[in-house]
Write a protein that binds this ligand. Structure first.
Ligand SMILES: [Zn+2]
Length: 573
């Protein structure tokens, strides 16, 4: 509100005495790139529900675009806010992970770089600089204009109900063929599709012929299984690249739930001419082979929910393919309940042969639940993998991150990052240097996980849960939060159910979630504090499963609501 008054004043004055003050007004509305420190995933969700343009989050820190007014508001609300770029330009930001072997000066070729999160940087760079950085071994992820912060959701029922061992799923797991897996890896690393395991080829994203040959191979595999297959093309700086998408539609007409198994099929190499040679056997023909083999087995069955098998291009170029795909899925309104990304699943040092693998879940409880199903499947079906679930230090450097940006639950399955393939991104990343058994076990784990998830019967849906939360603010809707206010809620019809709580230091309140019947219901939320008047005095009326009033509610989860309008308190002199 203060900012708006200043702007109006500046503009009126400018009309009277000249145009120079317009520049002052413009400067005040400039967007800043800021890093905000937060505590816990629910605080991130609260920040996400406000008008904050978040472009990425890591454990405890997020990056966002802010006006000066928003910076002041956040600081007033008690957040630590660091302005890292006072002239923000959304088209220039990348999340960067320099590898240990990377030239330490590499980031200095960018316009600017800022330490952010674990082992990561935000880099401000032109397209040419970004390209040069990735040539020097820096993993880059183009940051989107804004991300969707996931809303609180119920854990997949397969977890809450306990994943039950199934002999039917066991026979699917047993059907995984080590021979076919290696065959796919060989075909993908090869120069052509005529003979088996011949000269090394390339799947470098800009080597269009090699990339398209691999895309055609994958398309033919899925089509021969009777799946509906399509190309999903996208372009970057004049080069067209293509994702390959296959679908096994769910047979339950009431279900629009989708589970995705994905792996990027492009490759790169730092010690050869990538237009000629980039075999990428571990990175990531291994993951692609697993996706094709899982599709072969599961396509022989039908499931209530839809399964999609997606191979992405452009992963080595800032996750371009998965970004384009996930963004389009969000715009279509696809209900993706889980995305499992396999990237580098066929290497470990022998000895010790410890079978350690990393499952990167991140902080979203729905992604953690997805990781739980995968880890549980590994133990239920006796697979030789030692999974480590990674939550706070989860990496954004592969295609699952594109789904995180769109608010979808997603996980990454990969080999042990502390025992990374020494032939990574080199011409020696070939079948000869793989430990194929890890790929076999990962494929079996993926078969079991997807079979269980896609079989979830509809009646396993958890009961409706009602959650109410919001803010009590002083004087206006964008005023500071008011602490210590008492907030009550009750049902109007029978007054039988009600709760009482008080606001925290930021004026925020929330009630314990409550299981509810599905009958329409009117709920009243009121706030009070000694010495303050409250607007509106009658509180806020919320429809629970109402009809035309629904636009006043934001849905947090399937049936969860929160107050859309904050309660305003005024000091009573
Ligand atoms: Zn990869």
């Amino acid at each position: 509100m203060k900012i708006r008054l200043h702007l109006t004043y500046a503009l009126v004055t400018a009309l009277l005495i000249g145009s120079s003050l317009i520049l002052v007004a413009r400067a005040r509305s400039e967007q800043r790139l800021v890093i905000v420190t937060y505590e816990g995933f629910s605080e991130l969700q609260r920040l996400g529900s406000q008008a904050l343009q978040i472009i990425n989050y890591q454990a405890g820190v997020l990056a966002a675009l802010c006006s000066d007014g928003q910076v002041a508001e956040l600081r007033q609300a008690g957040f630590e806010v660091r302005i890292i770029d006072s002239t923000a330009n959304l088209s220039l930001y990348y999340l960067a992970y320099p590898l240990p072997a990377t030239d330490p000066q590499a980031l200095s070729i960018a316009l600017a770089s800022f330490a952010y999160g674990k082992d990561a940087y935000i880099v401000k760079a032109t397209s040419e600089q970004a390209h040069a950085l990735s040539e020097r071994g820096v993993d880059l992820f183009k940051l989107p204009d804004s991300i969707v912060v996931p809303s609180p959701q119920h854990r997949p029922a397969a977890v809450s109900a306990g994943l039950m061992y199934s002999p039917a799923v066991q026979s699917m797991v047993d059907a995984v063929s080590p021979t076919l897996l290696l065959h796919h890896v060989c075909k993908l690393q090869d120069r052509d599709s005529l003979t088996y395991c011949n000269e090394l080829g390339t799947r470098y994203s800009y080597a269009t012929e090699g990339l398209n040959e691999a895309a055609q191979y994958l398309y033919d595999q899925y089509a021969s299984l009777g799946l509906s297959v399509s190309y999903h093309p996208f372009s970057y700086m004049g080069t067209v690249m293509t994702n390959v998408v296959a679908e096994l539609p769910g047979v339950n007409p009431g279900s629009d739930h989708i589970y995705i198994l994905g792996a990027h099929y492009d490759s790169t190499s730092r010690d050869s001419d990538t237009f000629e040679t980039a075999p990428g056997a571990d990175d990531n023909a291994s993951g692609v082979a697993a996706v094709v083999e899982v599709a072969r087995i599961l396509s022989q069955y039908s499931f209530p929910h839809t399964l999609r098998f997606v191979n992405f291009a452009g992963e080595e170029q800032f996750l371009l393919g998965s970004s384009a795909y996930a963004k389009q899925a969000r715009e279509r309104g696809d209900l993706i309940e889980g995305m499992i990304n396999l990237d580098m699943i066929a290497y470990e040092t022998v000895p010790p042969n410890d079978h350690i693998v990393e499952i990167h879940a991140g902080q979203n409880p729905s992604s953690i639940a997805l990781a739980d199903v995968l880890i549980h499947s590994i133990s239920e079906y006796g697979l030789s993998l030692a999974p480590q679930q990674i939550i706070t230090d989860a990496t954004w450097r592969s295609d699952h991150a594109s789904f995180w940006s769109e608010g979808y639950p997603a996980i990454l399955g990969m080999e042990d990052f502390d025992d990374l393939n020494p032939h990574y991104h080199s011409k020696r990343d070939t079948v000869a240097h793989l430990q194929p058994q890890m790929m076999v076990e990962y494929t079996k784990a993926s078969v079991a996980t997807l079979a269980h998830l896609a079989s979830r019967p509809p009646q396993e849906q958890p009961p409706d849960v009602l959650e109410i939360e919001g803010y009590v603010r002083l004087n206006s809707w964008d005023g500071p939060g008011l602490s210590g206010a008492t907030v009550r809620w009750e049902t109007v019809v029978d007054s039988a159910v009600f709760g009482e709580t008080s606001t925290d230091a930021k004026g925020y309140y929330s009630f314990e979630p409550i299981a509810f019947s599905s009958a329409p219901m009117l709920i009243l939320v009121t706030a009070s504090r000694e010495g303050y008047d409250v607007e509106p005095p009658e509180g806020h009326w919320l429809w629970y499963r109402g009809d035309h009033e629904l636009h006043q509610l934001d849905f947090l989860a399937r049936m969860n609501v929160r107050t859309y309008l904050p309660i305003i308190a005024k000091h009573y002199p």
